[in-house]
Ligand binder design. Structure first.
Ligand code: ADP
Length: 446
């Protein structure tokens, strides 16, 4: 096992990783920007090192500063968390060059799954269902038109190097496809330094279901079942749950087995998530693979009893996954509410500033993953998420009741949060029935 790990992240995930390390007897070094200098979780690290000013480019995204801190603190490994540098193959490579273990996949595995066109090819080769569309990057307009006629409109144009929901264009006819292809490619080149685009069938009504995967350095891979993350606003997940309600579990299992084959085929070591959209028939189509731990990992931890963050560290240290697929069982139901410092009554305007009142919920089946304490000042520089409230109960209905109860206890002020939105959602009859589509929340908010 590692002696000392550097955490190249901030906020709740930095604290989450620190907690895992502490329980494993691993020392922690946490880096921070000046905007986070008073963050209370820094006191829980064995050492905290300032790496620059508030803007992420000069701190949490600055590879050389993070590696300098790693050298100074003499760490064995770096955990990137999610966001920031977590999906950058050049960072994984830079760690390797410095002889520091990157807690996540090799640069090769990350590139193979991070590039959307290459990932689709690998998926297909392993029997993972993908959207009908262009098998490779689009070379010319006529080819795109021919494929679109074959698969039928609407189609979506995506950047091969894309991410974060950017650079996608939905086209309902040939005229818009022809004009959008050039725009999409130019935008992709400007945003991602790679103008390659491809097209696939666009699903008007879909659910988002993703499968949690773990791979190790000994060629093993398992799946920790699925999460439903269909409640989204502007492509950002709002509530996630596990397992997914009302789905065909035999279909899911078949897809999960192919996904395990896929990550084995690229010698993947670490936690990964295969994201899918489900059409109205409940058929799966792969969206992408996230090559890191995800925000919503706790719901899977609660239903499987497996600590995904500890596993990611153990795997990087060379340990074998200690579970066979048949050991991984689903126990009960878990729901996560992402609480953000935004005002839902004012168009989700960011609400940064001091949190004078912070009274989090507790009691049976309630888990709070947060870096916030009373008096914490939310810096304006970063993501607005201040807490993840996660509940676990025997059934979905009881988990929803428990979430409603916990949300009632949760008292925060004077900043505004999305707690009132979550209260409304956990009581919403359509959501309670299970199986809402990814545009449901946007329709509800209109
Ligand atoms: P990114 O890597 O930029 O997040 P994704 O491929 O994951 O891109 O897509 C982001 C979102 O766009 C999805 O969560 C989904 O809401 C929508 N989307 C992507 N592809 C399709 C599709 N083929 N049909 C319908 N919606 C899609």
């Amino acid at each position: 096992m590692f002696k000392r790990v550097l955490i190249a992240n901030r906020g709740e995930i930095a604290l989450r990783i620190m907690r895992a390390c502490r329980e494993m007897g691993v020392e922690t070094v946490c880096v921070y920007s000046t905007a986070d200098k008073d963050a209370p979780y820094l006191k829980l690290a064995d050492r905290a090192i300032c790496i620059g000013p508030g803007p992420s480019k000069e701190s949490y995204l600055n590879i050389s500063r993070i590696l300098s801190a790693a050298e100074v603190a003499d760490v064995d490994a770096i955990h990137p968390g999610y966001g920031f540098l977590s999906e950058r193959p050049d960072f994984s490579q830079a760690c390797r060059d410095c002889k520091i273990e990157f807690i996540g996949p090799s640069p090769e595995a990350m590139s193979a799954l991070g590039d959307k066109v290459e990932c689709k090819r690998t998926a297909k080769a392993n029997g993972v269902p993908v959207f009908p569309g262009s098998p490779d990057a689009i070379e010319d307009e006529e080819e795109a038109v021919r494929i679109a006629n074959e698969i039928g409109y609407p189609v979506i144009i995506k950047a091969s190097a894309g991410g974060g929901g950017r650079g996608m264009k939905v086209c309902h006819n040939e005229v818009s496809l022809r004009s959008m292809l050039r725009v999409a490619s130019q935008e992709a080149a400007a945003a991602f330094g790679n103008g390659a685009v491809f097209i696939e069938k666009y699903l008007e009504k879909a659910r988002h279901v993703e499968i949690q995967m773990l791979g190790d350095k000994h060629g093993n891979a398992v799946y920790l079942w699925e999460r439903d993350c269909s409640l989204q606003r502007r492509h950002q997940k709002v509530i996630e749950e596990a397992p997914a309600p009302n789905i065909d579990r035999a279909k899911l299992q078949k897809v999960a087995e192919s996904a395990a084959k896929m990550i084995k085929s690229v010698k993947y070591a670490g936690a990964a998530t295969c994201e899918f959209l489900l059409d109205e028939k409940g058929d799966f189509y792969m969206l992408e693979v996230n090559t890191r731990v995800q925000v919503e990992h706790p719901v899977t931890e609660l239903i499987t009893g497996i600590d995904i963050v500890k596993m990611s560290i153990a795997i990087a240290a060379g340990e074998k996954i200690p579970y066979k697929q048949s050991d991984i069982k689903i126990n009960g139901h878990a729901i996560e509410c992402r609480i953000c410092a935004e005002d839902p009554a004012q168009g989700f305007r960011p609400s940064a500033g001091k949190i004078a009142t912070w009274e989090p919920p507790g009691g049976p089946g309630v888990r709070m993953d947060t870096h916030v304490v009373s008096g914490y000042v939310v810096p304006p520089n970063y993501d607005s998420m201040v807490a993840k409230l996660i509940v676990h109960a025997d059934t979905r209905e009881l988990a929803l009741d428990r979430a409603a109860r916990a949300l009632r206890e949760f008292n925060v002020g004077p900043i505004k949060t999305t707690i009132p939105l979550h209260q409304r959602l956990v009581e919403n009859t359509d959501f309670r029935k299970g199986g809402v589509d990814i545009h449901y929340l946007e329709r509800l908010l209109k």
